[in-house]
Design a binder for this molecule. Sequence first.
Ligand SMILES: Nc1ncnc2c1ncn2[C@@H]1O[C@H](COP(=O)(O)OP(=O)(O)OP(=O)(O)O)[C@@H](O)[C@H]1O
Ligand SMILES: [Mg+2]
Length: 453
Amino acid sequence: MILWGLQTQRIGLFGIDSLIPLATSILTLAAMILVMVYLDWQLALIALLVSPLMFVLTFVFRPRIRAGWRRFRASESAAMAVAQESLGASRLVKSYGQEERKNEQLVSHYNDSLTAQLKVQVDVAFYSLLVGVVTAAGLAAVLYIGIGHVQAGILSLGSLLVVNYYVTQLYGPLRNVGQSILDIQMSMTGIERYHVVLDEKPDVPESPNALPLVRAKGKIAFQKVSFEYTKDHDVLHDVSFELPSGSRLGVVGPTGSGKTTLSTLLLRLFDPTEGVITLDDIDLKDYKLADLRNQYAVVHQETVLFSTTVAENIRFSKPNATMVEVIAASKASKAHDFITNLPNGYDTLVGERGMKLSGGERQRISLARAFLKNAPILVLDEPTSSLDIHTESAILDTIQELMKGRTTLMIAHRPSTLRDCNMILVLDDGRVSQMTTEVESVISGMNAVGVQS
Ligand SMILES: Nc1ncnc2c1ncn2[C@@H]1O[C@H](COP(=O)(O)OP(=O)(O)OP(=O)(O)O)[C@@H](O)[C@H]1O
Ligand SMILES: [Mg+2]
């Protein structure tokens, strides 16, 4: 919201910067024309013949220049996007040896943007040159005919000097009008791009009289939920199940069966295409979005760490947490010991995207975040699948602690991960193929067919 305010202010200033000189120029122009018509209407007419020419020039050049700025801004954003992407996924880029390719992409986008900028600057220079030639020709014509009028005795020399002075003054504002129009073109393309970004609809709207939610009990129900990312391509189909508060649901199913999608619907990152999801018997759509999201702690397969201190990384889930709380959460997630062994303990800077920590350590930081947030609902998306069996079993002990008293949705590939769940939902191609409390039988079934990945 603040950002939006700043942006509109900047756009506003952009507009005013160009509009005030435009208005002043137009007023000055009108006054001078009146005086000239009074002194010698023929000269005034010749002087003014220049203005239609100027308008033709502006009319021809304006769309060209505007399109040029548009191309420049588009290629500039494309270059920024590649730069941001490469920095954000530097490890991935490096591990696939893609630095060269990304560099080439970046250079090519910057070349495009440079070429676009050059082209538009050439157009602007050419336009200014033509405006200069037209005004010089106008001035010469006025002088030539004016001298004739002086010789014929129609005009006094003094009046010619005044007209001459006015014509030079007149062409100044005319040129300013042209310049202002060019400047406006440039800021307009800027505004256009802001609108492209700002007008993107939020994925999920908040209802105007949304309900506040302090702490949910954690009863969840999916009622005939279907979902599609793109039209006519159901990812989830007619999914229904109920989770009493405090239950621990394991979600299993082949890759692509919609497990992660199911969890994003619960977080209301998207709304179901059909059906309803309720929390404590109220539709998710009826809650205030920020309050709703505050009910979840989420642990993913890959922990995202920011390049700041370990303490700040843990505090991510509760920015105003005290150091005592951070340490308590780290102890609960068994991260405290390795953190205190780091060179600067909790103040150690995590390397670029957390590369200095092992997979298990990163996952413990992620669990510390979840403990710190102390949310009533826990969503775990294959939290241990990137760890070796030994680390996994240690982490699972911690997760078991974390699950206590919270409704949990645990997405898993390996049967071992499901040992602490008390219900299992099997998804197959977006449909519920089994929903059972017989956890043991599902696990042994998975072991038998070797679903292990
Ligand atoms: N943002 C998206 N836009 C379009 N389609 C998507 C998107 N995310 C997922 N899908 C598609 O939805 C289907 C289900 O994906 P989902 O990530 O939920 O599967 P999953 O069960 O979590 O798989 P995995 O076990 O591999 O994590 C897949 O076919 C996938 O291609
Ligand atoms: Mg997934």
